[in-house]
Design a protein around this ligand. Structure first.
Ligand code: FPP
Length: 232
Protein backbone atom coordinates (compact mmCIF):
# COMPACT_ATOMS: atom_id res chain seq x y z
CA UNK A 1 0.00 0.00 0.00
CA UNK A 2 2.17 2.83 -1.28
CA UNK A 3 1.86 6.26 0.30
CA UNK A 4 -0.29 4.92 3.14
CA UNK A 5 0.80 5.48 6.75
CA UNK A 6 0.83 2.09 8.40
CA UNK A 7 -0.13 2.16 12.09
CA UNK A 8 2.57 0.66 14.31
CA UNK A 9 0.06 -0.89 16.69
CA UNK A 10 -3.40 -2.12 15.73
CA UNK A 11 -5.86 -3.43 18.32
CA UNK A 12 -8.97 -5.34 17.31
CA UNK A 13 -12.22 -6.03 19.14
CA UNK A 14 -13.17 -9.23 17.36
CA UNK A 15 -16.94 -9.03 17.79
CA UNK A 16 -19.66 -10.91 15.91
CA UNK A 17 -18.53 -14.54 15.90
CA UNK A 18 -21.79 -15.65 17.53
CA UNK A 19 -24.07 -13.70 15.18
CA UNK A 20 -22.05 -14.84 12.15
CA UNK A 21 -22.59 -18.47 13.19
CA UNK A 22 -26.27 -17.99 14.10
CA UNK A 23 -27.02 -16.56 10.66
CA UNK A 24 -25.62 -19.77 9.16
CA UNK A 25 -27.49 -21.98 11.67
CA UNK A 26 -24.16 -23.06 13.16
CA UNK A 27 -23.22 -23.31 16.83
CA UNK A 28 -21.48 -20.26 18.33
CA UNK A 29 -18.37 -22.39 18.86
CA UNK A 30 -18.02 -22.71 15.07
CA UNK A 31 -18.14 -18.91 14.84
CA UNK A 32 -15.24 -18.72 17.30
CA UNK A 33 -13.26 -21.31 15.29
CA UNK A 34 -13.71 -19.31 12.08
CA UNK A 35 -12.92 -16.18 14.09
CA UNK A 36 -9.64 -17.65 15.26
CA UNK A 37 -8.66 -18.58 11.71
CA UNK A 38 -9.52 -15.08 10.53
CA UNK A 39 -7.54 -13.59 13.41
CA UNK A 40 -4.41 -15.48 12.39
CA UNK A 41 -4.74 -14.52 8.69
CA UNK A 42 -5.30 -10.87 9.60
CA UNK A 43 -2.20 -10.94 11.81
CA UNK A 44 -0.08 -12.36 8.97
CA UNK A 45 -1.44 -9.75 6.59
CA UNK A 46 -0.88 -6.91 9.05
CA UNK A 47 2.76 -7.91 9.68
CA UNK A 48 3.27 -8.13 5.89
CA UNK A 49 2.11 -4.51 5.67
CA UNK A 50 4.61 -3.41 8.32
CA UNK A 51 2.45 -3.31 11.45
CA UNK A 52 4.65 -4.02 14.49
CA UNK A 53 2.18 -4.81 17.28
CA UNK A 54 -1.26 -6.38 17.23
CA UNK A 55 -3.53 -6.69 20.24
CA UNK A 56 -6.74 -8.71 20.03
CA UNK A 57 -9.62 -8.94 22.50
CA UNK A 58 -10.20 -12.69 22.75
CA UNK A 59 -12.03 -12.88 26.09
CA UNK A 60 -13.12 -10.19 28.49
CA UNK A 61 -13.53 -10.64 32.24
CA UNK A 62 -17.28 -10.14 31.61
CA UNK A 63 -17.25 -12.91 28.95
CA UNK A 64 -16.35 -15.34 31.75
CA UNK A 65 -20.05 -15.26 32.69
CA UNK A 66 -20.99 -16.91 29.39
CA UNK A 67 -22.46 -20.44 29.36
CA UNK A 68 -19.94 -23.09 30.36
CA UNK A 69 -20.06 -24.91 27.01
CA UNK A 70 -19.20 -21.75 25.07
CA UNK A 71 -16.28 -21.01 27.38
CA UNK A 72 -15.08 -24.61 27.09
CA UNK A 73 -15.21 -24.29 23.29
CA UNK A 74 -12.99 -21.20 23.50
CA UNK A 75 -10.59 -22.95 25.88
CA UNK A 76 -10.50 -25.94 23.50
CA UNK A 77 -9.49 -23.63 20.68
CA UNK A 78 -6.55 -22.53 22.80
CA UNK A 79 -5.76 -26.16 23.72
CA UNK A 80 -5.89 -27.43 20.13
CA UNK A 81 -4.92 -24.54 17.89
CA UNK A 82 -3.19 -21.72 19.76
CA UNK A 83 0.42 -22.85 19.42
CA UNK A 84 -0.09 -24.47 16.03
CA UNK A 85 -1.61 -21.29 14.55
CA UNK A 86 0.60 -18.71 16.23
CA UNK A 87 4.06 -20.29 16.14
CA UNK A 88 4.50 -19.94 12.33
CA UNK A 89 3.89 -16.18 12.70
CA UNK A 90 6.24 -15.97 15.68
CA UNK A 91 9.03 -17.52 13.67
CA UNK A 92 9.05 -14.24 11.73
CA UNK A 93 10.32 -12.61 14.94
CA UNK A 94 7.09 -11.93 16.77
CA UNK A 95 6.62 -12.25 20.51
CA UNK A 96 3.29 -13.44 21.93
CA UNK A 97 2.02 -12.13 25.24
CA UNK A 98 -1.18 -12.73 27.16
CA UNK A 99 -2.76 -9.58 28.47
CA UNK A 100 -5.16 -10.08 31.37
CA UNK A 101 -5.75 -12.03 34.54
CA UNK A 102 -4.98 -15.48 33.15
CA UNK A 103 -5.09 -17.00 36.65
CA UNK A 104 -8.87 -17.18 36.10
CA UNK A 105 -8.37 -19.78 33.33
CA UNK A 106 -8.09 -23.57 33.71
CA UNK A 107 -4.54 -24.60 34.67
CA UNK A 108 -3.75 -26.38 31.39
CA UNK A 109 -4.87 -23.36 29.35
CA UNK A 110 -2.73 -21.05 31.51
CA UNK A 111 0.23 -23.30 30.84
CA UNK A 112 -0.22 -23.10 27.06
CA UNK A 113 -0.34 -19.30 27.25
CA UNK A 114 2.71 -19.13 29.53
CA UNK A 115 4.72 -21.61 27.44
CA UNK A 116 3.98 -19.73 24.21
CA UNK A 117 5.10 -16.50 25.89
CA UNK A 118 8.31 -18.13 27.10
CA UNK A 119 9.05 -19.70 23.72
CA UNK A 120 8.76 -16.37 21.93
CA UNK A 121 10.29 -14.11 24.57
CA UNK A 122 13.52 -13.66 22.59
CA UNK A 123 11.69 -11.62 19.97
CA UNK A 124 11.61 -7.96 20.93
CA UNK A 125 10.58 -5.85 17.97
CA UNK A 126 7.13 -7.17 17.05
CA UNK A 127 4.37 -8.53 19.21
CA UNK A 128 1.01 -10.23 19.33
CA UNK A 129 -0.90 -9.47 22.51
CA UNK A 130 -3.83 -11.69 23.27
CA UNK A 131 -6.25 -10.11 25.72
CA UNK A 132 -7.78 -12.97 27.70
CA UNK A 133 -9.69 -12.52 30.96
CA UNK A 134 -9.01 -8.86 30.27
CA UNK A 135 -10.91 -5.86 31.56
CA UNK A 136 -9.54 -2.32 31.39
CA UNK A 137 -11.05 -1.25 34.72
CA UNK A 138 -9.56 -4.28 36.41
CA UNK A 139 -6.20 -3.49 34.81
CA UNK A 140 -6.31 0.15 35.96
CA UNK A 141 -7.39 -0.72 39.51
CA UNK A 142 -4.62 -3.32 39.82
CA UNK A 143 -2.09 -0.74 38.65
CA UNK A 144 -3.38 1.84 41.16
CA UNK A 145 -3.24 -0.70 44.00
CA UNK A 146 0.27 -1.79 43.17
CA UNK A 147 1.43 1.85 43.18
CA UNK A 148 -0.34 2.40 46.53
CA UNK A 149 1.28 -0.76 47.99
CA UNK A 150 4.68 0.53 46.96
CA UNK A 151 3.85 3.93 48.42
CA UNK A 152 4.66 5.53 45.07
CA UNK A 153 3.19 8.57 43.38
CA UNK A 154 2.65 7.69 39.73
CA UNK A 155 3.53 9.56 36.56
CA UNK A 156 2.03 8.79 33.14
CA UNK A 157 5.17 6.83 32.32
CA UNK A 158 5.37 4.87 35.55
CA UNK A 159 1.63 4.15 35.45
CA UNK A 160 1.90 2.68 31.94
CA UNK A 161 4.60 0.38 33.25
CA UNK A 162 2.14 -1.05 35.79
CA UNK A 163 -0.38 -2.06 33.12
CA UNK A 164 -0.61 -5.49 31.46
CA UNK A 165 0.53 -3.81 28.24
CA UNK A 166 3.69 -2.35 29.80
CA UNK A 167 6.04 -3.43 27.01
CA UNK A 168 3.83 -2.38 24.11
CA UNK A 169 3.31 1.16 22.77
CA UNK A 170 -0.25 2.52 22.89
CA UNK A 171 -2.46 1.44 19.97
CA UNK A 172 -2.60 3.82 17.01
CA UNK A 173 -5.73 2.26 15.56
CA UNK A 174 -8.50 0.33 17.32
CA UNK A 175 -10.86 -1.60 15.07
CA UNK A 176 -14.16 -3.05 16.25
CA UNK A 177 -16.10 -5.41 14.03
CA UNK A 178 -19.70 -6.59 14.52
CA UNK A 179 -21.66 -3.30 14.21
CA UNK A 180 -21.47 -2.12 17.84
CA UNK A 181 -19.91 1.27 18.41
CA UNK A 182 -18.28 1.05 21.83
CA UNK A 183 -15.02 0.03 23.52
CA UNK A 184 -16.49 -2.50 25.98
CA UNK A 185 -13.80 -2.12 28.65
CA UNK A 186 -10.91 -2.59 26.18
CA UNK A 187 -7.63 -0.66 26.60
CA UNK A 188 -9.41 2.35 28.12
CA UNK A 189 -6.19 3.97 29.37
CA UNK A 190 -4.09 3.09 26.32
CA UNK A 191 -6.79 4.27 23.88
CA UNK A 192 -6.36 7.96 24.82
CA UNK A 193 -5.12 8.97 21.35
CA UNK A 194 -6.05 5.92 19.31
CA UNK A 195 -8.01 6.38 16.10
CA UNK A 196 -11.22 4.34 16.27
CA UNK A 197 -12.67 2.42 13.32
CA UNK A 198 -15.98 0.54 13.40
CA UNK A 199 -16.98 -2.07 10.86
CA UNK A 200 -20.45 -3.53 10.38
CA UNK A 201 -18.93 -6.82 9.28
CA UNK A 202 -19.02 -9.74 11.71
CA UNK A 203 -15.47 -10.73 12.67
CA UNK A 204 -15.25 -14.02 10.70
CA UNK A 205 -16.20 -12.03 7.58
CA UNK A 206 -13.71 -9.18 8.17
CA UNK A 207 -11.29 -9.77 5.30
CA UNK A 208 -7.71 -8.69 4.64
CA UNK A 209 -9.19 -6.13 2.21
CA UNK A 210 -11.38 -4.78 5.04
CA UNK A 211 -8.23 -4.35 7.14
CA UNK A 212 -6.62 -2.46 4.22
CA UNK A 213 -9.68 -0.17 4.11
CA UNK A 214 -9.40 0.52 7.84
CA UNK A 215 -5.70 1.35 7.45
CA UNK A 216 -6.35 3.68 4.51
CA UNK A 217 -9.04 5.42 6.59
CA UNK A 218 -6.52 5.74 9.45
CA UNK A 219 -3.93 7.14 7.08
CA UNK A 220 -6.29 9.92 5.95
CA UNK A 221 -6.86 11.20 9.48
CA UNK A 222 -4.86 14.03 11.02
CA UNK A 223 -3.52 13.09 14.42
CA UNK A 224 -2.96 16.30 16.31
CA UNK A 225 -2.45 14.89 19.82
CA UNK A 226 -3.99 18.06 21.22
CA UNK A 227 -1.95 20.47 19.09
CA UNK A 228 -3.16 22.77 16.28
CA UNK A 229 -2.65 21.99 12.59
CA UNK A 230 -0.02 24.76 12.44
CA UNK A 231 2.02 23.20 15.22
CA UNK A 232 2.30 19.83 13.50
C1 FPP B 1 -17.02 -11.76 20.56
O1 FPP B 1 -17.98 -12.18 19.62
C2 FPP B 1 -15.91 -12.69 20.49
C3 FPP B 1 -15.45 -13.43 21.50
C4 FPP B 1 -16.01 -13.36 22.89
C5 FPP B 1 -14.36 -14.37 21.31
C6 FPP B 1 -13.33 -13.95 20.29
C7 FPP B 1 -12.45 -15.08 19.98
C8 FPP B 1 -11.92 -15.34 18.77
C9 FPP B 1 -12.06 -14.48 17.60
C10 FPP B 1 -11.12 -16.55 18.50
C11 FPP B 1 -10.45 -17.12 19.62
C12 FPP B 1 -9.14 -16.57 19.88
C13 FPP B 1 -8.42 -16.98 20.93
C14 FPP B 1 -7.04 -16.56 21.08
C15 FPP B 1 -9.01 -17.91 21.93
P1 FPP B 1 -19.34 -12.75 20.15
O2 FPP B 1 -19.25 -14.21 20.25
O3 FPP B 1 -19.74 -12.03 21.38
O4 FPP B 1 -20.28 -12.42 18.96
P2 FPP B 1 -21.81 -11.94 19.06
O5 FPP B 1 -21.78 -10.54 19.59
O6 FPP B 1 -22.22 -12.00 17.64
O7 FPP B 1 -22.54 -12.91 19.94
Amino acid sequence: MQGVTIPKHIAIIMDGNGRWAKKRMLPRSVGHKFGMERMVSLMEHAFDLGVEHITVYALSTENLQRPKDELEALFDLIRKNYREYLMPICQRGVRVRSVGNIALLPEDVQKILRDTEAETSQYEKKSINIAVCYGARDEIIRAVNSAVERGEKVTEKSFSSLLYTKDVPDPDLIIRTGKEVRLSNFLLYQAAYAELYFSKKMFPAFSDKDLDKAIVDFSLRTRRFGKTDEQL
